[in-house]
Design a protein around this ligand. Structure first.
Ligand code: AGP
Length: 621
């Protein structure tokens, strides 16, 4: 995790760096810091806590300089305090560096450097790396070469940005397994650096995505020079990145999370644009067109098995993807936590397709899982949001979910985008395989295209107010149980995760019928149970589960299909959603659960967008 920003050029670096850190704060907010170089005068300011604290503490200080680096931290080595905050400065005071990643062999390197007389102020692995670069400068005058030599000694992951007092005309960056983007200013007169494109895009759309084990030297007035860790110059592409800046603001909402919940109808339209085609006059003309399938059709259609790898919310979307693909394509699908998969010596065969689902495209476990799958001959299919991210680039093919940057740490619009993409994928594959009947294919497409409108209808109704009121009654509840079946079981897991993440209330998701095998022992009048009980073939069975809860004095909140009477007669509270197909229902049932977690967190006066201990992009194991 952690976010890094850098700038070199004619403007003042400080406002660019602070603005950039604010956009990257979703990557961590344990501490923040900035280093500015003005000629050979180096100023470093660091504070525990958020970027706003750093900004306030910098008032009145010397902030001049057209070269700077900055960092927002999610602590890995050493507690979150101002000493462990980045940038870290080398022993002589010559180098300053920010780092995202983990240097796994930092203990050994630190001991070796200590034996050579280096002293350390912090507990971080980053300080070890900057000292190692300084040590390499005892054997070469060239800073870039010193960086290359030091990085060759390092085991682990890094994205770094380094400034050198002896060379105020250049900024050096490098990466391995942690993301890093270079923005190229007009006429190469200035350069911007970011962990992703969000801090850069307002200045330039021209970007270079650094590959693993590359070092770049950025010098205004010259083209970027990029080198391998063998110190060889390498070619690179400058890409035009199109990012809607309005997606990076709250747009009048109090938090990014609630904005992103409300963004979902438009996000799904964007996700389906150019992919889902509907003829309102003749349903049989409905079709789905995914270029990712066209290019790898044979391998996808011949897949004997699919394995979905993902983490967290993306894993929940994967559980829905499994049901969709198995039902529509009759291909067996396994869903694995990427973190377990990579160490499980999994059976992967050349005919397998591994689907990696990731919002950020940078989750270290998911990235490692697909690297392993690739080595074993599987086709890698990415379902990713962040364009140009590591997982997107490490995939053979895939489908971007195109829901725009997700800033709230609790994932909302990415989940519905992922489910939408998996639905399109299952529909097109099922149709091409002939395992999905023509009329079901055409009809489901029509219904899928209606989902944004149904979401809008829900969000414009009184549902949000109703949930807000309910949330007040749940503010002091300590445990929740979320139950669902079939397509709504992963939604139950997702609802529980959302509540845990931002409200810090313990919540568990279960398949409803599993309740009687254990969790029923927890039921009493203090623990609410949330049932997702929309109309489907197991509806009557869910009603029996509800009665079991009521018989034990449990309180029930149920998400039901509009017009439902049976559940209404049993539950204490109901939230109605518009009717849709069972295969599409997670796209709607998840919305009230997102809103519930949001309003409970607000009622508890918690920081919704930056919940404690979490980071948006988990680039460490
Ligand atoms: C979701 O609300 C979480 N913040 C988290 O579980 C997240 O989904 C997980 O870390 C995976 O991230 P990714 O989709 O970016 O790979």
């Amino acid at each position: 995790m952690c976010g890094i920003v850098g700038y070199i050029g004619k403007r003042e670096a400080f406002p660019i760096l602070i603005g950039g850190l604010k956009k990257l704060e979703y990557r961590g907010y344990d501490s923040a810091g900035v280093a500015l170089l003005n000629d050979r005068n180096l100023n470093v300011y660091k504070e525990k806590g958020k970027v706003a604290t750093l900004e306030a503490s910098c008032a009145g200080k010397d902030l001049a300089g057209g070269l700077g680096i900055a960092h927002t931290r999610w602590a890995t080595h050493g507690e979150p305090n101002s000493v462990n905050a980045h940038p870290h400065v080398s022993q002589s005071g010559r180098l300053a560096m920010v780092h995202n990643g983990i240097i796994e062999n930092f203990g050994t390197l630190r001991e070796q450097l200590q034996q050579k007389g280096y002293e350390f102020k912090s507990e971080t692995d980053t300080e070890v790396l900057v000292q190692l670069i300084e040590f390499a400068l005892t054997t070469t005058d060239d800073v870039k070469e010193a960086v290359v030599r030091a990085l060759n000694k390092v085991i682990g992951a890094y994205a770094i940005a380094l400034i050198d007092r002896e060379h105020p005309e250049r900024l050096i960056v490098a990466r391995k397994s942690s993301p890093l983007v270079v923005g190229v200013g007009e006429n190469e007169g200035e350069f911007f650096v970011g962990s992703d494109a969000s801090p850069i895009v307002e200045f330039t759309k021209k970007m270079v995505y650094l590959e693993d084990e590359q070092v770049a030297v950025l010098q205004p007035g010259k083209s970027p020079e990029i080198y391998s860790l063998q110190n060889q110059s390498v070619d690179y592409d400058i890409k035009e990145v199109d990012l809607d800046i309005s997606m990076l603001t709250k747009g009048g909402f109090p938090h990014f999370m609630i904005k992103e919940i409300y963004d979902q109808p438009q996000c799904l339209r964007d996700c389906m644009r150019g992919r889902v085609f509907v003829d309102n006059d003749n349903m049989s003309n409905n079709f789905i067109q995914l270029s990712a399938i066209r290019d790898y059709k044979n391998r996808l259609l011949k897949a004997r098995r699919m394995i979905i790898v993902a983490c967290g919310t993306s894993w929940h979307a994967g559980l829905i993807g499994k049901q969709l693909i198995e039902q529509m394509c009759r291909i067996p699908v396994e869903v694995a936590y990427a973190s377990e998969f990579r160490y499980s010596n999994p059976v992967i065969e050349p005919g397998d397709v591994v689907i990696a689902i990731s919002q950020s495209g940078e989750t270290a476990d998911t990235l490692a899982a697909i690297q392993l799958a690739r080595e074993n001959g599987a086709l890698i299919f990415g379902v990713v949001n962040a364009v140009g991210s590591s997982i997107a680039r490490a995939s053979d093919t895939g489908i971007y979910i195109h829901v725009g940057p997700e800033i709230g740490v609790a994932s909302t619009k990415a989940f519905t985008g992922q489910v939408c993409v998996l639905t399109m994928l299952a529909l097109q594959l099922g149709h091409e395989l002939g395992s999905l009947a023509d009329n079901e294919y055409h009809y489901t497409i029509g219904k899928l295209a209606e989902i944004p409108e149904l979401m809008e209808e829900m969000l414009k109704s009184k549902m949000d107010d109703q949930i807000k009121r309910m949330a007040l009654t749940f503010t002091y509840v300590r445990n929740f149980l979320y139950l669902g079946r079939g397509y709504n079981y992963p939604v139950a897991l997702e609802g529980a995760l959302k509540l845990k993440e931002i409200s810090y209330i313990h919540a568990e998701g279960y398949p409803a019928a599993e309740m009687k095998h254990g969790p029923i022992a927890l039921i009493d009048s203090d623990m609410p149970t949330i049932f997702i009980a929309t109309h489907h073939q197991l509806y009557q069975k869910i009603i029996s589960n509800m009665k079991e809860v009521k018989a034990r004095n449990g309180k029930i909140l149920a998400i039901v299909t509009r017009g439902d009477k049976e559940v209404k007669a049993i539950a204490d509270n109901i939230i109605e959603i518009p009717p849709t197909l069972n295969t599409l229902v997670p796209l709607l049932t998840v919305i009230p659960l997102q809103l519930l977690s949001y309003h409970v967190a607000v009622a508890r006066n918690l920081n919704v967008d930056m919940p404690r201990n979490l980071a948006k992009s988990v680039t460490v194991e």
